[in-house]
Design a protein around this ligand. Structure first.
Ligand code: HEC
Length: 138
């Protein structure tokens, strides 16, 4: 919003992520299909949880995509902010890449279906869109 200069990188993002990290401790049980029955209290799987997506992003994705979503200018990973073609794709297309990975033009995107639940992949994509796509709309 008021954060026009990208020179400093993350702008308000670091603060958001910090809040998310505090709000979503890792100890939280994964809402996976196995035996979890109905007592997964707050994790209703009907919509995306952007906050939890932010925690997932910080843990699994930021090492390559970086907290500012630029993947070191697209050298480490897909640059969500600078390469608008990335997030212009549909949710279905992007979820497929997150699930199964892809050898792309700037390196390999690892598959996540073994480490993340379907809900977590939906959440992290929602976070990526909410955080980095918003920066595109100026
Ligand atoms: C080991 C580094 C690495 C990690 C970790 C990583 N990615 Fe990626 N990601 C990449 C690379 C490299 C690409 C670009 C692939 C290409 O050129 O098409 C990419 C591309 C993407 C794309 C864009 C796909 C497209 O079609 O343009 C999305 C979305 C994405 N990653 C999401 C994630 C999410 C979510 C996570 C965390 C769960 C994650 N990535 C973790 C390396 C990584």
């Amino acid at each position: 919003m008021s954060c026009r200069s990208n020179a400093s990188g993350a702008c308000g993002l670091a603060g958001i992520l910090l809040a998310v990290l505090v709000a979503a401790p890792w100890g939280m049980p994964k809402a996976s299909a196995s035996g979890a029955s109905a007592d997964t209290k707050e994790m209703a799987a009907e919509s995306s949880d952007i906050q939890h997506g932010g925690a997932v992003y910080g843990t699994y994705c930021a090492v390559c995509h970086q907290m500012d979503g630029r993947g070191l200018g697209g050298t480490l990973a897909g640059d969500f902010v600078g390469d608008s073609s990335r997030l212009a794709k549909s949710d279905a297309e992007l979820l497929e890449v997150i699930r199964d990975g892809r050898i792309g033009t700037v390196g390999a995107m690892p598959p996540w279906s073994q480490s993340l639940s379907e809900q977590e992949m939906v959440d992290v994509l929602a976070f990526v869109r909410a955080t980095f796509q918003a920066e595109l709309a100026d």
